[in-house]
Design a protein around this ligand. Structure first.
Ligand SMILES: *Cc1c(COP(=O)(O)O)cnc(C)c1O
Length: 387
């Protein structure tokens, strides 16, 4: 078989690293202080300023943040935590590891976000926490969820791993309540690995700060001198989830470019929408109804298996043969082996999650991608769909 093929592989994501980013990390390496120090403090301050949250705590990953907040909220055996099954596995793993029971809710078929009514319907007297996910860079509808949760005394932690720069009704995701961001290399900005916990509660920020570093008492003075104070004592057993200054320096440099990186993502996403309107087998997501600034973390399509006459994996393989990478975000957690075996869910109980789980894929989208790259994706997709 012959087909047109790009010379180089186009991954579905690639970090955008500038010369300034590299210089920022080099400076830290040459400075004599490479672990948690002044760069982490500066990154937290800049991040809090950008998102407009009262407190930002830098961590080794978003997963680390989810671990710490679940622990800090006292979630454990007998408690239920409600989350969509359309999420990254780390959230559900941590719920299970805490001893609590995950309760899955279905998502809207075309936004992949769970409507507040679905959370409400899943609540019981055991519900302690709800974890909505801002999907692909769009904003989840958290305002009504906050009211529902507030009335019932239930906590909310927003998974904002996809939503740095996302706004709903002019308000940035992460400004209110508890939210977690990720700086994994595919996310909108990266620190290699890293995460940020944002909260409007001073006391919770203090607790997470302590838990990220062995549970030692850390006060403003410790932070201002950036050294470990000899009198720091364990207040409660904690973890080792701090961010390094090398990572934070990269984060500061990346954060300064967030608006332009996201603007580039958006321009590419608009081109995709326009080009895909002529490929009926590929169904893009729809925007949720809020007045939104989308951060375009991912460009997701669903393959219409019936129209295409091939499976999602066959289609992805055909794209790969044409040097086009794709990703899957996500396979519904309840369909994965451990969860199938330990908490079997009746097929059809989460119909929209299952429908999407079998059809979903993320097309290449990253700031350094060119319009030619995007046209290669579209051409390859058209070819791959020819029977
Ligand atoms: C990436 C991601 C995470 C985890 O982030 P890490 O920094 O890799 O721990 C959590 N939730 C969602 C929705 C993600 O996409």
């Amino acid at each position: 078989m012959t087909f047109s093929q790009r010379e180089t592989f186009l991954p579905f994501s690639r970090p955008s690293i500038s010369l300034e980013d590299i210089d920022a990390v080099k400076d830290v390496l040459a400075s004599g202080w490479i672990t948690t120090g002044p760069k982490v403090a500066a990154f937290e301050e800049a991040f809090a300023g950008k998102v407009g949250c009262k407190n930002a705590v830098a961590l080794a990953s978003a997963t680390a943040g989810m671990h710490l907040i679940i622990m800090a909220l006292g979630i454990g055996p007998g408690d239920e935590v409600i989350t969509p099954s359309m999420t990254w596995v780390s959230t559900v793993n941590l719920i299970v590891l805490s001893g609590a029971t995950p309760v899955f809710v279905d998502v809207d078929k075309d936004t992949l976000m769970a409507p507040p009514e679905n959370f409400q319907a899943a609540m019981t007297h055991r519900t302690k926490l709800m974890i909505p996910v801002h999907f692909a860079g769009a904003a989840a509808d958290v305002a009504p969820l906050r009211e529902i949760a507030g009335r019932a005394g239930v906590e909310i932690v927003e998974d904002a791993a996809h939503a740095l720069g996302t706004k709903c009704g002019g308000i940035p995701v992460g400004r209110k309540g508890h939210a977690i961001f990720s700086f994994h290399p595919i996310k909108n900005i990266t620190t290699g690995e890293g995460g940020m916990f944002c909260t409007d509660q001073e006391e919770m920020a203090r607790r997470i700060r302590s838990l990220r570093f062995h549970g030692l008492g850390v006060d403003a003075y410790d932070r201002s001198v950036q050294g470990r104070s000899p009198q720091a004592e364990v207040l409660e057993p904690g973890f080792k989830y701090n961010m390094t200054d090398m990572a934070a320096a990269l984060g500061i440099s990346q954060l300064a470019r967030l608006d332009s990186l996201n603007a580039r993502r958006k321009a590419l996403a608009m081109l995709y929408r326009e080009r895909l309107s002529r490929i009926p087998e590929l169904i893009p997501l729809k925007d949720p109804p809020c007045d939104m600034e989308h951060s375009w973390h991912l460009f997701i399509v669903r393959l219409d298996i019936r129209k295409a006459g091939i499976s999602r994996y066959d289609f992805m393989r055909r794209l790969k043969e044409r040097n086009i990478g794709t990703g899957i975000h996500f396979m519904a957690v309840h369909t994965q082996r451990y969860y199938r075996e330990t908490m079997p869910i009746r097929p059809g109980a989460l119909p929209n999650s299952e429908w999407n789980s079998e059809r979903i894929m993320s097309l290449p989208l990253f700031p350094d991608m060119t319009e030619d790259d995007l046209n290669d994706v579209i051409d390859a997709a058209k070819e791959a769909l020819v029977r």
